[in-house]
Design a protein around this ligand. Structure first.
Ligand code: ZN
Length: 162
């Protein structure tokens, strides 16, 4: 019976969560998330707090910025020429994606447009925020061998290709 299963390594865990900014009290997100426990797919502090919970259990978890998405780093703010946007005018506050020479895709936020220059921010949107998660465990099951091999959850349980 899946209801008896506990959150532990290599279980597929589905949670419902609400995410709050502790300083402002603002609710930032309300969503569901499925992940494989113990594989590093989840914030370590949150993963640790969920260890041993069962379906139906609820928990509030507070994480300081440094234990969540990191401190806000001024050195991750950069300036790029407007022409790097290929003739499009970037929108302030929008998230765009840059590709490194190694092929890694990095999201960034446009902070400002100053003449021919764009001020871009490579900090995670939640960087610098102390966060509170209100979490409810809605499903715990064994991960399939394929899910463990891929390192992510297959929601429909069917084999697929990437
Ligand atoms: Zn897969």
């Amino acid at each position: 019976m899946s209801e008896q299963q506990k959150v532990e390594k290599n279980k597929v865990v589905k949670i419902q969560y609400e995410l709050y900014d502790i300083q402002t009290g603002e609710k930032l997100e309300e969503s569901e998330y499925s992940y494989i426990h113990g594989t590093g797919a989840m914030l370590p502090g949150l993963e640790k707090a969920l260890e041993g919970l069962k379906v139906g259990d609820e928990k509030e978890v507070e994480l300081e910025a440094k234990d969540a998405y990191g401190l806000y780093r001024q050195d991750l703010i950069d300036r790029v020429p407007l022409e790097a946007f290929g003739g499009q005018t970037p929108q302030k506050g929008m998230v765009y994606y840059a590709q490194t020479p190694e092929g890694e895709v990095l999201p960034f936020t446009v902070k400002d447009i100053q003449g021919k220059e764009v001020v871009v921010d490579f900090n995670h949107p939640l960087a610098g925020k102390d966060l509170k998660f209100r979490v409810k465990v809605v499903e715990v099951r064994d991960a399939t061998p394929e899910e463990l091999e891929h390192g992510h959850v297959h929601d429909d349980g069917h084999e697929h290709h990437h």
